[in-house]
Design a protein around this ligand. Structure first.
Ligand code: SAM
Ligand code: SF4
Length: 512
């Protein structure tokens, strides 16, 4: 924890030279006029033009701003149907039929910022403030591990008490937790910690890298500068638009090559925000050779003491959310797309069919929410347990257990992956993007998804889910024999079948 006063600490966070170095002639990459011109010049697109663009997406090439604007302007429902189908095809090509699962851990709701839409903002006096101690972090992690989770996203407000020292110590604590699985021989651990935290300096980001951060995620919230100013008071750290805009550039420079961005949809016009996400990806590609690893599209939810979610004229409905995800899938075909438990079960299910690749389950976002859930959730029947409006950022739309969601996906022949191999054997950043663009990473991941799915079914699944899951596995194993990529690699497949056998017999954490 920092020894400085809150004001002293706040005053030294932003390093202007770590913004300026990424600008071009003093300008950042969000040019409002250019974005609006692109949207205006590509109105009323004809179907032939749209089909040409879809062909480019199918070849797993990133679209240009003009092409993306064309897709965003489609009005005709039949053409949208074609776009939904193509988005699913693109997803299958790159990511196959896998969904990767994670769960968030909120460690602190202390915050020096005052974002108009967030329950954690400093002026919200109704919020009960809490920062987890080491013992509490261990307890929370134990519940998550007991559910079967292997991938966590750790989340913090911005505050000197949750500074870089606290983050690094928390990550070490989390990685050290190990707990026996309830149904099988496995010993559960978190194998990958991603983080969602405020923008940092390059030296702080290097420290995260040294303790094994997976993906570093910062949402720009809105790329529209006037709206950004309205939502984030200028005297706060978060009020500095460009410090946030270049957070991922600094992370790349610090060696964290899996970075993730997102927009809080509902603050401003969704078409403008999708265009901006694309410009962000293009600038990362230009300066570092690769775009973001994932993009998120949280929708603005009601938060205690905030009226923004009720009053905003830009709220996004389900149909528009589907369009956002479809265009992103087509515009940046290699990028992972994340939908969270903010959304209800039906919406999540529909979005899997147009391009989503990652999601969470058994989620609690109150500080200490997982331990409360254990205490209050007798036999895990009461789904609302552990949700308290004055202790969390917003109220979740889907609080189902991981087992239930995995069972539902199994009925659709979707395999759940807990794979963390890419990160642990160096398939990250530029390497993973190259593999994704050539549709090769999807093949490795298919094998590792099978291995981690089997681990989950043996160690954590309830009987009904296990039975459904074993059918999916059988289908997956049969499919492998038909795929040329695997037929051409007999040695790799011998290793894979050996691993599968050993996992069935109780060994754990074997990956290709
Ligand atoms: N404090 C850090 C920051 O602002 O980047 C990280 C943590 S913040 C809790 C994580 C994200 O929650 C924010 O980036 C924002 O997009 C999202 N969020 C905040 N208020 C929300 C709301 N009312 N509804 C949905 N998402 C919200
Ligand atoms: Fe703090 Fe982040 Fe919430 Fe803003 S969004 S008030 S920075 S926790």
């Amino acid at each position: 924890m920092s020894q400085l006063s809150v004001k002293e600490w706040t005053d030294q966070v932003i390093k202007q030279d770590q913004i300026d170095k990424y600008l071009i002639d003093g300008e950042d990459f969000i040019d409002e006029e250019k974005i609006n011109k692109n949207l205006k010049n590509n109105r009323e697109p004809n179907r032939v033009k749209v089909r040409d663009i879809l062909q480019k997406s199918l070849e797993i090439e990133r679209l240009s701003p003009a092409e993306t604007a064309t897709l965003l302007n489609v009005q005709d429902e039949d053409t949208w149907q074609e776009m939904y189908a193509t988005a699913l095809e693109v997803k299958k090509k790159v990511y196959d039929n896998r969904i990767v699962f994670f769960a968030p851990l909120y460690l602190s709701n202390l915050c020096v910022n005052n974002c108009a839409y967030c329950g954690f903002r400093k002026e919200n006096k109704d919020e009960k403030r809490k920062i987890l101690s080491k013992d509490e972090i261990i307890k929370e992690t134990e519940v998550m591990v007991r559910e079967g989770h292997k991938r966590m996203i750790a989340v913090w407000g911005e505050h000197p008490r949750s500074d870089i020292d606290y983050m690094v110590d928390s990550m070490k604590t989390i990685y050290d937790v190990e707990r026996p699985a309830p149904h099988g021989p496995g010993r559960g651990t978190i194998r990958r910690i991603n983080i969602n935290a405020a923008p940092m300096s390059i030296s702080d980001l290097r420290r995260l890298w040294e303790v094994g951060v997976g993906t570093y995620q910062v949402f720009q919230e809105t790329y529209h500068k006037p709206t950004y100013r309205k939502m984030h008071p200028p005297e706060t750290i978060k009020g500095n638009y460009r410090w946030r805009l270049y957070a991922l550039h600094r992370a790349m420079e610090a060696g964290i090559d899996d970075v993730a961005t997102g927009v809080l949809f509902g603050l401003y016009d969704w078409r403008f925000e999708v265009m901006s996400l694309l410009y962000h990806a293009i600038d990362l590609e230009r300066q570092f050779g690769i775009g973001p690893h994932t993009i998120s599209f949280p929708r603005l939810m009601h938060a205690a003491g905030s009226e923004v979610a009720e009053k905003s004229p830009y709220l996004v409905n389900d149909q528009e959310l589907k369009k956002i995800i479809t265009v992103l899938r087509l515009a940046v075909p290699y990028t992972g797309l994340i939908i969270t438990a903010r959304e209800n079960a039906d919406v999540r299910s529909e979005m899997f069919d147009v391009g989503v690749t990652q999601t969470d389950a058994s989620t609690r976002i109150g500080i200490g929410g997982y331990s409360q859930m254990l205490q209050e959730w007798s036999h895990f029947q009461d789904r609302s347990a552990g949700q308290k409006e004055d202790e969390q950022q917003f109220i979740l739309g889907d609080t189902r257990r991981l087992d239930e969601v995995i069972g539902e996906l199994a009925e659709k022949d979707i395999i759940t992956s807990f794979c963390t191999a890419g990160y642990r054997c160096g398939r990250t950043g530029e390497k993973i993007m190259g593999l994704l663009c050539n549709c090769v990473e999807g093949k490795f991941c298919k094998l590792n998804a099978i291995l981690t799915y089997r681990e989950y079914l043996d160690d954590y699944a309830f009987e009904e889910t296990r039975q459904k899951g074993m059918k999916v596995l059988e289908k997956e194993l049969n499919e492998l024999k038909e795929i040329e990529f695997f037929q051409e690699r007999p040695e790799m497949m011998r290793e894979f079948y050996d691993y599968y056998e050993r996992i069935s017999n109780g060994e754990r954490d074997l990956f290709i």
